[in-house]
Design a protein. Structure first.
Length: 146
């Protein structure tokens, strides 16, 4: 009888892990919705999963923007209900001109199901007069005063 109780407990735990592995969330965020043509925005794609095996996402082509830099980070945590993995893709985007631009949703395929992130509309106004910033270019250091 004791063995049956242990087997049932193991099955409940196993079922909890199966449910946890099926849970995947995809969320995107930008730091600004209105910028000037000489500014940049940060686009982050955050994928949270109860598995440590997260499929590669399909990110949009960022039409109207140039990718200045990109980075990826991941965190794996062991929590009461199992494993929690967080994968973050970060893109620094510089506008190619002024106007209204859409950043399409990113997508991820999990067990033949497509999960999509949010879509964003970014308003890019003309650069401020007299200020010309080339994306990725560092400004000159101030001259030293003797």
């Amino acid at each position: 009888m004791k063995n049956k109780v242990v087997i049932i407990e193991v099955l409940f735990i196993f079922c909890g892990y199966i449910k946890a592995f099926a849970e995947v969330t995809v969320r995107a965020e930008v730091d600004k919705l209105k910028i000037t043509a000489d500014d940049t925005i940060t686009y982050k794609l955050i994928i949270t999963s109860a598995a440590n095996n997260i499929p590669e996402p399909v990110v949009p082509d960022f039409a109207g923007f140039t990718v200045v830099s990109q980075a990826q980070s991941s965190t794996i945590s062991f929590i009461k209900s199992g494993i929690k993995s967080i994968l973050v893709y970060t893109y620094i985007l510089a506008p190619e001109g002024s106007g209204e631009f859409k950043i399409k949703p990113s997508r991820i395929k999990v067990k033949n199901k497509i999960i999509s992130s949010q879509e964003f509309e970014i308003e890019v106004k003309p650069a401020k007069a007299g200020h010309k910033n080339v994306p990725g270019e560092k400004s000159s250091p101030a001259p030293e005063i003797p």
